[in-house]
Write a protein that binds this ligand. Structure first.
Ligand code: AMP
Length: 196
């Protein structure tokens, strides 16, 4: 029996954005991930690129973000959702997904990726963001310069963890995880699940 996005608990605003993309039925990873993420549960998912995993987390996150209180207290960025990806290309794809699926949502997002001007990225952070999509090295660099706070992160997404392992990013990822509050929701995606 097939199930619709609305039946998984996604809001009319999100379902409308999906319909405009021509997406009417969830993929298997979306069927499993969306209800779990909406319930606030942690997720460990073995998912290859091409299975629809990006929508599997961006769709329920959009909905959760619209429910979290985003009052900001000072001018240093307070980040509520942090998404770690191994490459700038993947970070840009995740940002595009938020753009497309979040068409009917008000959302502040920023990219923090190597190879871009530090100054421009700092200015965006100073305005405050709901969702920060980052590569691990640049994120730690900014943190160590005191340009962002990680203790308010409520949801941490680690995307393509096996590629981060291949690229030697795991020490950086572990450091970042240690800086984020333990009272958080964690979503972990990897195409393969090596013991590390
Ligand atoms: P991903 O696995 O996240 O890289 O997504 C692979 C491709 O599938 C992307 O181009 C998505 O836009 C597309 N996609 C995601 N979810 C669906 C869906 N439910 N129906 C059709 N296409 C989808």
């Amino acid at each position: 029996m097939s199930s619709s996005f609305a039946e998984l608990g996604l809001s009319p605003a999100i379902v409308r954005a999906l319909e405009e993309q021509g997406y009417t039925s969830p993929t298997p990873i979306q069927l499993q991930a969306i209800p779990a993420v909406l319930e606030g549960r942690d997720l460990l998912a073995a998912a290859q690129t091409g299975t629809g995993k990006t929508a599997g987390f961006t769709l329920p996150l959009l909905q959760r973000i619209s429910l979290i209180d985003f009052a900001r207290q000072n001018n240093r960025a307070r980040i509520r959702v942090l998404i770690l990806t191994p490459t700038r290309e993947l970070a840009a794809q995740v940002a595009d997904a938020f753009e497309v699926y979040g068409k009917y949502h008000k959302l502040n997002k920023a990219l923090l990726i190597g190879g871009e001007s530090m100054g421009d990225q700092t200015r965006v952070l100073d305005r405050g963001v709901d969702v920060l999509i980052a590569t691990p090295g640049r994120l730690l660099d900014m943190f160590e310069r005191g340009r962002l706070l990680l203790n308010d992160v409520k949801i941490l997404v680690i995307d393509e963890a096996d590629r981060m392992l291949d690229m030697g990013f795991i020490p950086d990822v572990e450091k970042i995880v240690s800086l984020v509050s333990r009272l958080r929701q964690t979503l972990f995606f990897s195409a393969t699940m090596p013991p590390e």
